[in-house]
Design a protein around this ligand. Structure first.
Ligand SMILES: Cc1cc2nc3c(=O)[nH]c(=O)nc-3n(C[C@H](O)[C@H](O)[C@H](O)COP(=O)(O)OP(=O)(O)OC[C@H]3O[C@@H](n4cnc5c(N)ncnc54)[C@H](O)[C@@H]3O)c2cc1C
Length: 442
């Protein structure tokens, strides 16, 4: 570390240059504060993993107008496909929107590759005046009279003072735990995602997925692909590659003794997936944890001198229809930055002075969304929803469409037969119906 860095005191120290950290650093630097952004990776994004379908375009557009014109984006998302799978069948809900905001600015979503995207975003924070220090692991916080007054990094003369520390250090937030804001998670609250990037010629991608120009598609899969492990899979089209992966609840992977990379191989071999990845060549492999329990894993969000944002605060919405972490990381990063800016203006850094964070999270629709969907994660992570029902739908459709010379069956007798075959109890189905209403309808 340079002598200048070690001796200086910063207004704000942001730990972690993922979407939460870089956005927080960018806003604080624009407000004229002295900002230090610390990242353990060799460069921002080096260790970061997402699918990555990024639905934060409108948010980023507020900060950097027409950001997509300069950022390393792959394709904009104008199609989403949710597929219910049995071992041999796939039934898909195909959403295609050519409407305003999907295929026109500011675009509803983009597929991005995190190593490139995160590096670009951190560079925007640097351009705004933040000081980025990479290959730097934060090992501890500095405290005086119970207040956080800086961090200790794994380097010589590694104590750095700051008026506010914003912990954006991801799902396993060492800092939030160290300060006592976050607890240890249970294995059922975390999922493990394994992901591959497979190189494929852009013309093949466009023909195979019926895309033109910069259009992209996001596939999400539920059912037999993860066997009896609670989870799902995804496949996204990049410019000249495909991103695909399998996500499995950690407790369920352990209980079923399943290895994620074996599930990934089976996923790629599924008859509905194999033709999509044919001829594609492995470029990258990565794995990462996802905080999946939403509102119930939210830590105490601030203490004297410190705020927590992004995955570190559990702000990843994994609610079946949605897997959105990057956009909430940015929204909470911005809310933390706004709180830090106010604190610096007033020169007050107590927990009480930082309590405005709650108001900013609400205004940016973070706490409102997570509260509204608080019942969804537990329901979504149930075996019946993630594994059984999708398989029943796929098998039922297979029988419905089969023409074999026998008398055609009407839907109700077929549904009764499926219930018997899959040992579905009416009571469980009623309970699940109620959970759907509670989780998604109001
Ligand atoms: C397989 C998979 C697929 C996903 N798909 C999607 C998707 O399609 N769309 C979506 O929106 N979300 C997706 N997510 C979730 C999304 O990746 C996260 O919600 C998001 O990355 C959270 O951003 P963050 O900035 O809070 O944390 P992170 O992106 O995890 O960044 C944390 C940063 O902190 C750094 N760091 C950690 N500890 C230290 C330390 N002690 N010192 C210094 N630096 C440190 C890390 O190196 C990292 O750069 C997916 C996640 C996974 C694993």
């Amino acid at each position: 570390m340079s002598a200048a860095t070690a001796s200086e005191s910063f207004d704000v120290i942001v730990v972690g240059a993922g979407p939460a950290g870089s956005t927080a650093a960018l806003l604080c630097a624009r407000a004229g504060l002295q900002v230090l952004l610390l990242e353990r990776g060799e460069y921002p994004g080096a260790k970061n993993v997402s699918g990555a379908a990024f639905y934060g375009s409108a948010i980023l557009n507020e900060l950097i107008p027409n950001w997509w014109e300069q950022a390393p984006v792959e394709r904009y998302i104008c199609r989403r496909d949710i597929a219910f799978m049995s071992p041999t069948t796939s039934v898909a809900l195909d959403f295609h929107c050519a409407g305003e905001g999907y295929t026109t600015p500011p675009y509803n979503g983009f597929i991005v590759l995190r190593p490139r995207f995160d590096r670009w975003l951190a560079a925007q924070a640097e351009a705004a005046g933040a000081f980025l220090l990479t290959s730097t692991v934060v090992d501890d916080v500095l405290r005086e009279n119970g207040r956080v007054v800086g961090v200790r990094v794994r380097r010589e003369q590694g104590d750095i003072r700051g008026k506010v520390v914003i912990a954006c250090d991801g799902v396993n937030s060492f800092l939030a735990k160290k300060v006592g804001l976050q607890r240890e998670f249970h294995a059922h609250e975390l999922s493990l995602g394994v992901k591959e990037v497979l190189g494929l010629d852009p013309t093949i991608i466009e023909d195979r997925f019926r895309l033109s120009g910069d259009e992209g598609i996001a596939y999400e899969y539920l059912g037999a692909i993860t066997e009896d492990v609670h989870g799902g899979a995804f496949l996204y089209t990049n410019r000249d590659s495909l991103s695909l992966g399998v996500i499995g609840q950690v407790s369920s992977l352990v209980e079923r003794r399943k290895r994620p990379y074996e599930l990934l191989e089976r996923f790629k071999a599924h008859p509905a997936v194999a033709p999509l990845v044919r001829g594609a060549k492995l470029r990258e492999y990565s794995a990462h944890l996802i905080p999946e329990s939403g509102w119930s894993m939210k830590p105490t969000l601030y203490t004297d001198g410190m705020l927590v944002a992004g995955d570190a605060a559990g702000f990843c919405l994994a609610a079946g229809l949605y897997l959105e972490g990057m956009n909430y990381a940015m929204q909470s990063g911005l809310a933390a930055a706004e709180t830090a800016i106010e604190a610096c203006r007033r020169d007050r850094f107590s927990a009480r002075a930082l309590s405005g964070y709650r108001k900013h999270l609400k205004r940016r629709n973070v706490s409102t969304d997570f509260r509204a969907y608080r019942h969804a994660p537990a329901f979504v992570n149930s075996a019946r929803l993630q594994n059984l029902y999708p398989e029943v739908v796929a098998s039922g459709m297979e029988q419905l469409f089969r023409v074999d010379g026998k008398a055609k069956r009407k839907i109700l007798p077929l549904a009764r037969q499926m219930m018997r075959q899959y040992q579905l109890k009416p009571g469980d189905m009623l309970r699940d119906g109620y959970q759907v209403v509670r989780a998604y309808l109001w």
